[in-house]
Design a protein around this ligand. Sequence first.
Ligand code: IPM
Ligand code: MG
Length: 367
Amino acid sequence: MKMKVTCIPGDGIGPEIVTEAKKVLKKVSMVFGHEIEFTDVLMGGCSIDAVGVPLTDETIEICRAADAVLMGSIGGNTSTSPWYKLDPSLRPEAGLLKLRKSLNLFANLRPAYLYPELKDACPLKEATGEKGFDMLIMRELTGGLYFGERNTKEVDGELVATDTLVYRESEIRRIAIRAFDVARKRRKSVISVDKANVLDSSRLWRKVVEEVAQDYPDVKLEHMLVDNCAMQLVKDPSQFDVVLTENMFGDILSDEASMITGSIGMLSSASLNDTSFGLYEPSHGSAPDIAGMNIANPIATILSAAMMLRYTFNLDKEADSIENAVKKVLEDGFRTVDIMPKGQEDRFTKTSCTEMGDLIAERITNC
Ligand code: IPM
Ligand code: MG
């Protein structure tokens, strides 16, 4: 197969982790006989530095023209970087939000799985780590508070800031359908997370999700309030299969879910529209404090590349080969610093970002 992939290395550790994901994808293409063409573009802070804006129309078109986009991370330190002195519409994150909206990437899939090999890195009770968990957060990505009208103005001599949380029935329906479809291929359970005891948008969310559920009698649906969900995630994450939620709740809960997997450096994500096109990126940020030190964990980006093979190119065997290689590397005792269990350093091999990419690439096989 011929694959056209646009890469957005971005800022901070982004270029380092994308390089490792490309290394692994090149190995997959070699082993399975595919051709993959990469085109790099600028987005985020590096684009601001180069051309004054975080995302140009030309970059959007180069992304649109590809089969898929593989991204590292964007942004910098929000307290010290000059990017955060700019108008909010010109900051790095504005580029990412514009790209998601322009490409209609409404479905954000964030799997959170505790590798048995990493159970010592899980910050929860030992018994919880032993039990393990495997969930998929289905986050709505192009609506809600992120895209509602916002402004800050002076009223009666003081500043008043407003953000609006808007959801249309059609936006809720299409993401709910995605959640039920994927639940059918997993353990057939959807927990829909909202704040229906307070918010109108959540009450509509619940109504539409219930309507969609009628078409999936084989999938169990439960509703959970977001505050309770935040608590249940640390109490017993094994109860979750598919978690369906709106944009802002999904942003927060997916960070929480990633932390309990041992490290935010392990979590991949896919952002999809209603075609096979997708944007694939780790769930974590650009970690500017460790940028350029060759210690970042590239696994989340490498697993995002596996999701790309699965969702955009329908190459399940190839995607499996990456996921198995990651498992194997962990079994073989290699750890980047973020997943090195404290006090057990003598049991594992400390591994740099580039070494981790090499070790995973070496373990890609066609069987
Ligand atoms: C994420 C990030 C983004 C978001 C930021 C960088 C705008 O936190 O993908 O979770 O809030 O969606
Ligand atoms: Mg986030």
